[in-house]
Write a protein that binds this ligand. Structure first.
Ligand SMILES: Cc1ncc(C[n+]2csc(CCOP(=O)(O)OP(=O)(O)O)c2C)c(N)n1
Ligand SMILES: [Mg+2]
Length: 630
């Protein structure tokens, strides 16, 4: 047997370089490189191996969590066909990646995490940053990755790579099982040499299967659809991951079935497609939520049925509602007691289209869908352009602070057809779910599985790296920005240009509004100094120089006061070749309302505050609409 004598880390990098995936006859290298930060736990292992492989890019980031977000954003924008590996030292560098791991796993996106680990040899323990246990020597902080990883292993001996790496790749390239994969790499073992079989380093092409549905399940799905009077499609992220937009468009156009979108599925079809009725659920459109309310057959495609999608199980009120779930993951296909069609979205839609040839929704339902869509489009127009839009609009007052919906309107106008919008947490996901007008698949990149403050900037960098031909816009809040602005420096380092629109509203508008709706008056949600007299955080509003902060990290930064200034700043940003941050203060009183929607956030059952008791009474009433689909 031919062998190559290499360190474990050298062998690992050599293996990663040889991994490819293939789907629909197209082949891609699976790993675009490694992101991370070196410390004593990886510098002499993975760090040394990367130095020997200058053709395999290494991206130095500012925070390991953000490094994982870059990989995840890249994987999401690549429809899971590519990703990065993430390297960290041991201890805090490693645990910084746990949030990123959870985010990737929840969103079903592949990332390979390579945290450094404590000495396998143990004689020098406890090493710096080692978690000790009086009960066992076989535990450490990297065990925390277990529940947030779809595959987890610790490489105690160099030869374990030979059996562990193919398992890692199986999971990373699985359309149903993918998520974070963690290989914990003890610091000493990374540097240890072994005679690896040459075979380990051959080029491998992992086929991304397009699973076919079984005949019986498909027949049951067809029968349910033929019997439906008010069918509704819930378009989830799986439609995008499967690149099934065209198949969905054919299916929806031929059958006339309306398409409601989850956060992950938004944009699979263009916003103005005749069957697209907009967002569904807690942050849904009036049209989609009305249709969901009365739907008798719901076809969930590539969706996890999160509480935002189901409006905490209140969205579907038809007593006889049935579900048909098309999903590559059996786990999701069986949710809400559906007829499970365990298959790739594109394949299943093509087969359903063929089986339903000539089947169309009734004329009255088609008219209702068209009316709801037209009304919703008009409502979105109103919200995007509040100023001076004739009847119903607020008369033009040029100097006032813009509303957040108008900021979104200006961004929509500035974005070209293929441009990408990235966001994740705060009040932006809800507003964008309702208002953003996506024109091309993957043009709407929302991380709403983990809704993680701090994903936005690195996630957007990942999206930009996945397709540099698309301009990437980020909408984020002052809260999120302050949590993780630092990857701006990385974007400058890598020449990865993104446009960040920072909405400054003095703290947490989203959680503040939520708190007020729960009778808590916004306690602890705005950025104010501690007041000497009250002893509470209700003093002066903090003055934070966001423009100065962004500039200090290397970005081009612009402060705007009005909508017109925002529009010209967006033009300026598009012409720049460097990451640009536009800071805009908004009027929080002009928020986007909800539309026949609900989200279950439990209110205190007993309280000395009258407002909380009232909120609890409203809460108990609203919960009566929550359903089981057993
Ligand atoms: C890492 C993380 N911590 C906490 C939260 C809970 N959370 C959701 S939105 C939000 C406030 C976000 O503030 P900002 O970015 O200013 O957006 P705004 O609410 O003002 O629109 C918080 C604290 C979260 N989603 N992620
Ligand atoms: Mg804010």
């Amino acid at each position: 047997m031919k062998t190559r004598r290499m360190t474990m880390a050298q062998a690992l990098i050599a293996f990663l370089k040889q991994q490819h995936v293939e789907r629909d006859g197209r082949e891609h290298a699976f790993f675009a490189g490694v992101v991370g930060i070196f410390g004593h736990g990886n510098v002499a292992g993975i760090g040394q191996a990367l130095q020997e492989n200058p053709d395999f890019p290494y991206i130095l980031v500012r925070n390991e969590q953000a490094g994982v977000h870059i990989a995840t954003g890249f994987a999401k924008a690549s429809n899971r066909l590519r990703t990065f590996a993430c390297t960290s030292s041991i201890g805090p560098g490693a645990t910084n990646m746990i949030t990123g791991a959870a985010l990737a796993t929840i969103n079903r996106l592949p990332v390979l995490l390579l945290p450094g680990d404590i000495f396998a040899r143990r004689n020098v323990a406890p090493v710096l940053q080692q978690l000790e246990s009086p009960a066992t020597q076989d535990t450490g902080v990297n065990d925390c990755f277990k529940p947030v990883s779809r595959y987890w292993d610790r490489i105690y001996r160099p030869e374990q790579l030979i059996t562990s790496l193919p398992e890692a790749m199986r999971v990373l390239t699985s359309p149903s099982d993918c998520g974070a994969v963690t290989l914990a790499l003890p610091q000493d073992v990374q540097a240890e040499a072994y005679d690896y079989p040459e075979e380990l380093f051959r080029k491998r092409v992992w086929l991304i299967r397009r699973g076919e549905p079984d005949r019986e399940s498909l027949e049951r799905a067809v029968a349910a659809l033929c019997a439906a009077a008010r069918p509704l499609i819930v378009c989830g992220g799986g439609v995008l991951m499967s690149e099934a937009s065209q198949a969905l468009e054919n299916f929806a156009s031929r059958t006339g079935i309306p398409v409601a979108e989850t956060q992950a599925g938004k944009g699979a079809l263009a916003w103005n497609h005749a069957q697209v009725v907009g967002a569904i659920g807690a942050t849904g459109s009036l049209g989609a939520n009305r249709l969901a309310n009365a739907a008798d057959v719901v076809i969930g495609i590539g969706t996890r049925y999160s509480d935002f999608t189901t409006a905490s199980m209140t969205a579907f009120q038809n007593l006889n509602v049935k579900f048909v779930n098309i999903n590559t993951a059996e786990f999701d296909a069986y949710k809400v007691s559906a007829i499970p069609v365990v298959a790739d979205a594109r394949v299943a839609l093509e087969q359903l289209s063929a089986a339903l040839r000539g089947h169309k929704v009734k004329a009255a339902y088609a008219t209702e869908i068209a009316e709801l869509k037209a009304n919703w489009d008009a409502e979105v127009d109103r919200l995007l352009h509040l100023s001076g839009q004739g009847s119903g609009g607020i008369t033009s007052e040029i100097r006032r602070k813009p509303a957040q919906s108008e900021v979104i309107g200006a961004m929509c106008e500035a974005a070209d057809e293929r441009d990408v919008l990235v966001s994740a947490a705060g009040s932006h996901p809800g507003d964008l779910h309702k208002l953003w007008r996506t024109r091309t698949p993957n043009g709407y990149h929302m991380e709403y599985g983990y809704s993680c403050m701090g994903y936005e900037i690195p996630g957007a960098m990942g999206a930009k790296m996945a397709d540099p031909s698309r301009e990437v816009f980020v909408l984020l809040g002052d809260g999120t920005y302050l949590m993780a602005p630092t990857e701006i420096a990385t974007s400058v380092q890598e020449g990865v240009k993104i446009i960040i629109v920072l909405v400054d509203n003095g703290g947490f508008a989203s959680i503040g509004n939520l708190s007020r709706s729960l009778g808590q008056g916004g306690f602890g949600t705005s950025y104010r100094a501690r007041d000497e007299k009250s002893g509470q955080l209700d003093g002066e509003t903090l003055k934070i120089d966001f423009v100065g902060n962004a500039r200090s990290l290397g970005a081009h930064a612009i402060k705007v006061a009005t909508l017109d200034e925002l529009k010209s700043a967006l033009k300026e940003a598009k012409a720049m070749d460097r990451t640009t941050v536009i800071v805009v203060e908004t009027d929080v009183t002009m928020s986007v309302p909800g539309y026949d929607s609900w989200w279950d956030v439990a209110v205190a059952e007993v309280s000395e505050m009258e407002s909380v008791r009232e909120a609890r009474a409203r809460y108990e009433e609203a919960r009566k609409r929550e359903r089981h689909f057993a």
